[in-house]
Design a protein around this ligand. Structure first.
Ligand code: CA
Ligand code: CA
Ligand code: CA
Length: 234
């Protein structure tokens, strides 16, 4: 017989071994291993909270949407300058989005991607609406869908490959998100502008093993700058 574990204990076991797990909030025993078991157990979660500047709750504070198998993002998906919630489930490539009032955006529930893809969000066509981007690290394949779900001009391109971290930001200040790659092994930075050209720091080596690459506009010129962060002294 399977033992009924408390939920938190069942999750721990699911993540660290391949034992069968019988969870109180799942109707049947889950004959799966590791992460899948934990995901299934925690699917009912997905608790959101938000606090605006004055400390008060926003409209969707304390609502439930999603679960542990989803990765959350914040992005303006309808162009009203208000950040919206986005979820992506790697196991089957399901995307979800909720506007401020709780309504879904036009690509809610679409399946696009999967376990091998890195999901990114950025405005790739300059209409001030966040678009969805996928990077397939093992092949260097890039895909992107604008708000209408049409493909962007560089969808299907191959650039990068194993060992690169993929990022999305506007490096030349034209209002369109560009692609950035960082190679952990030697700290090489690469960038690809919307039209296909590279930026001024393409190919530079800066950082390396142990460094976390970040992007942000640190001098307010509208162009994203590079940041590296390392947690160890050596
Ligand atoms: Ca919005
Ligand atoms: Ca856009
Ligand atoms: Ca740009």
């Amino acid at each position: 017989m399977f033992k009924r574990f408390p939920r938190y204990l069942a999750v721990t076991i699911g993540l660290t071994s391949s034992v069968l797990v019988y969870a109180d909030n799942v109707g049947t025993a889950i004959d799966r291993t590791g992460r899948q078991a934990a995901n299934a157990i925690l699917t009912p979660a997905g608790n959101w909270g938000c606090r605006i500047t004055d400390g008060n709750a926003c409209e969707w504070d304390a609502t439930k949407w999603g679960g542990i198998e989803f990765r959350p993002f914040m992005a303006d998906v309808d162009g009203d300058s208000i950040s919206d919630r986005v979820l992506y489930r790697a196991t089957d490539g399901t995307w979800g989005c909720r506007l401020r009032n709780g309504a879904s955006c036009n690509w809610d529930s679409q399946k696009w991607g999967g376990i091998e893809y890195t999901p990114l969000l950025g405005d790739v066509n300059g209409d001030q609406i966040a678009d969805r981007v996928l990077y397939w690290a093992s092949t260097g394949w890039w895909g992107c869908k604008v708000n209408s779900s049409a493909l962007c001009n560089w969808d299907g391109q191959y650039w990068g490959g194993p060992g690169y971290t993929a990022m999305l930001t506007d490096v030349n200040g034209d209002g369109k998100a560009d692609r950035v790659l960082y190679r952990q092994s030697d700290g090489e930075w690469s960038c690809m502008l919307t039209g296909g050209g590279t930026c001024s720091w393409n190919g530079q080596k800066w950082g390396g093993p142990g460094y976390l690459p970040l992007l942000g506009d640190v001098n307010h010129d509208g162009k994203a700058d590079r940041i590296v962060y390392k947690n160890a002294n050596s």
